[in-house]
Every structure is written in structure tokens, then in C-alpha cells.
Design a protein around this ligand. Structure first.
Ligand SMILES: C[C@@]1(CC(=O)O)C2=NC(=C\c3[nH]c(c(CCC(=O)O)c3CC(=O)O)Cc3[nH]c(c(CC(=O)O)c3CCC(=O)O)/C=C3\N/C(=C\2)[C@@H](CCC(=O)O)[C@]3(C)CC(=O)O)/[C@H]1CCC(=O)O
Ligand SMILES: NC(=O)c1ccc[n+]([C@@H]2O[C@H](COP(=O)([O-])OP(=O)(O)OC[C@H]3O[C@@H](n4cnc5c(N)ncnc54)[C@H](O)[C@@H]3O)[C@@H](O)[C@H]2O)c1
Length: 222
């Protein structure tokens, strides 16, 4: 039984890592908030398929897209119509008109689409989180909507604290994983042994010093 006061509830959201390049995302509204949402999406997922529909397009969006190496963003400058939802998997409503945001939300729900109404937690199926990326590593941060500012600050702390080497480490671990022989249980045991002290820096060699490419000493090699 949960005995915490409602404002101290444990975060029960379930994080997933979406392939936005295989899904279609619709953003309704392209003002300050629309620009911010698009920027965060493209920063994390540059190949995201996004359609924006808005009567006014923030010029910063054009600048952002012009500076991209490549992008898959389509902009339609016109008023939202419920037909715009067709063919989209995720929907973000970010207009400055609360009634319109609610209309988008209700139309999306009727079609079974997942919807985020920017800055309106009660109308969201999902929240956008703060995101840290280091090569293959991605960390999503959620405060359960309690303090997006804390999420942003914590992202900055993690970005500063995570060593650049993490980028090289993960492909090497993947190499070891492919190279390890034996049955599944053996592989899992070895991988857990190899990584047991990885993040604390207390290196222990799983092969007793005779590294053959499946231990922590191998990971340290350039
Ligand atoms: C993470 C991030 C991602 C993103 O936006 O993509 C994000 N908000 C960010 C920043 C930010 N947003 C706001 C401020 C101003 C200061 C402040 O109010 O705190 C700042 C800080 C700043 O800009 O410095 C305003 C704000 N936001 C929400 C409300 C409504 C409310 O809380 O009731 C209000 C008040 C509106 C008003 O006053 O009218 C609600 C939501 N914002 C969320 C996400 C979801 C919860 C995430 C979580 O669980 O933490 C949720 C629930 C829904 C959603 O929008 O998905 C991004 C940081 C990215 C980064 O830098 O890493
Ligand atoms: N800007 C902020 O920092 C901020 C902070 C907190 C909350 N909010 C809230 O976020 C929401 C969006 O704010 P904003 O600053 O991005 O507003 P904005 O005025 O910059 O942009 C509004 C966008 O909605 C579009 N729009 C309006 N009617 C439309 C229609 N019929 N069809 C399609 N698009 C339409 C406009 O063309 C524009 O692109 C508002 O509810 C606002 O209160 C904004």
C-alpha cells in the first residue's frame, strides 16, 4: 500500500526508447514550445520523421532545419485539421490555444494515438524527458512532471560527469559479448564478472591477468 502523500508519489512511468525514424510524429503548433520540442527531438533522434502543422512557423525552426546535415521534417503552414492525425503514431499538441490543444488530444485519443500536450501533464499519455547521450548510451530523466527544471539541471550534471570513454567502452563490450563462447548462462556470468567493477574503477581481471580479449584488461586497451 502506498502511504506517501500524493505529491511524493513514486514515479510509476515506464520509460521506453522509441525509434523515431521508423515512427511518424505530428507536432501541432510551431511557436516557442513547438520549436523547443522539435529541437529536443532532433538533438536526440536526428532522423526522426516529424510533421509540423501550424498557422505561424517560428523562424528559429527554419534556422534549425537549415543547419541540419539532413532531416526528415515536413512543415505545413495552415490550421490544424483532425485529418492531420492520419498516418501518425505520436502526437504533440503545442499551440497557444488550450481549447485547440484539447481538441487535438481528444481526436488523437479517439484514433488510439499516443498524445503529449506540451506543459499539460493531465492531458499527456507520455512525457518528454531530459536526455543524455554518449555514443550508444542514452539516459532518460523524468521527475514525474514535478520539476522539469531539475530534470534539465540533472542532465547537465550527468553530461559533465560521464567520461568520454563510455563511447568507446560500449562497442568493446559488444565485441566481447560476440566473442564469448559457451552457453548462455556462461556468457551472462562472464559479462557480469567483467563489468562488476567497471564503473567504480576497481579493475579486476576475469582471466587472472592473461587477457585473451574477454576481460576488463582488454577493455582498457586502445
Ligand atoms: C524535460 C523537458 C523535455 C521537453 O520539454 O522536451 C520537459 N520540460 C523541459 C523544460 C521546462 N519546461 C518548463 C520549464 C520552465 C520552468 C518550470 O516550470 O519548471 C522548463 C525548464 C527550462 O526551460 O529551463 C515549463 C513546464 N513544463 C511542464 C509544465 C506544466 C506543469 O508542470 O504542470 C510547465 C510549466 C508551464 C507553465 O508555467 O505554464 C510540464 C512538462 N515538461 C516536461 C518536460 C514534462 C515533465 C518532465 C519531467 O517529468 O520532469 C511535462 C510534464 C510534459 C511535457 O511537456 O512533456 C524539458 C527539459 C529539457 C532539458 O533541457 O533537458
Ligand atoms: N513559451 C513558453 O515559454 C511557454 C512556457 C510555458 C507554457 N507555455 C504554453 O505552451 C503553449 C504554446 O506556447 P508558445 O509560446 O509556443 O505559443 P506561440 O504563440 O509561440 O505559438 C503558438 C503556435 O500555435 C499555432 N497555432 C495557433 N492556432 C493554430 C491552429 N488553429 N492550427 C495550427 N496551429 C495553430 C501558432 O501558429 C503557433 O505556431 C501555450 O499553451 C503556452 O501557454 C509556453
Amino acid at each position: 500500500m502506498n502511504t506517501l502523500p500524493s505529491n511524493m508519489e513514486r514515479n510509476e512511468l515506464y520509460p521506453v526508447f522509441l525509434k523515431l525514424h521508423t515512427l511518424q510524429t505530428l507536432i501541432v503548433g510551431a511557436g516557442e514550445v513547438g520549436f523547443e520540442k522539435l529541437s529536443f527531438i532532433l538533438k536526440s533522434s536526428p532522423k526522426a520523421r516529424v510533421t509540423m502543422v501550424a498557422t505561424w512557423i517560428n523562424p528559429e525552426i527554419e534556422t534549425l532545419l537549415n543547419s541540419a546535415h539532413e532531416h526528415f521534417v515536413q512543415i505545413h503552414q495552415r490550421a490544424f485539421h483532425p485529418d492531420d492525425l492520419q498516418g501518425h503514431d505520436l502526437v504533440i499538441a503545442a499551440t497557444n490555444i488550450p481549447e485547440l490543444n484539447r481538441e487535438v488530444q481528444q481526436a488523437a485519443k479517439q484514433l488510439g494515438k499516443l498524445i503529449n500536450v506540451a506543459d499539460t501533464p493531465d492531458l499527456c499519455d507520455f512525457y518528454l524527458g531530459s536526455i543524455v547521450t554518449r555514443g550508444p548510451l542514452k539516459i532518460g530523466i523524468s521527475t514525474n512532471g514535478q520539476s522539469p527544471t531539475f530534470a534539465k539541471r540533472f542532465r547537465q550534471v550527468l553530461e559533465a560527469a560521464l567520461p568520454e570513454e563510455v563511447e568507446d567502452l560500449l562497442p568493446k563490450l559488444n565485441e566481447i559479448r560476440d566473442r564469448l563462447g559457451g552457453d548462455f548462462a556462461h556468457k551472462v556470468r562472464m559479462l557480469n564478472q567483467i563489468t562488476s567493477t567497471l564503473l567504480t574503477g576497481m579493475a579486476s581481471c576475469a582471466c587472472g591477468g592473461n587477457c585473451t580479449g574477454d576481460c576488463i584488461e582488454f577493455l582498457k586497451k586502445p
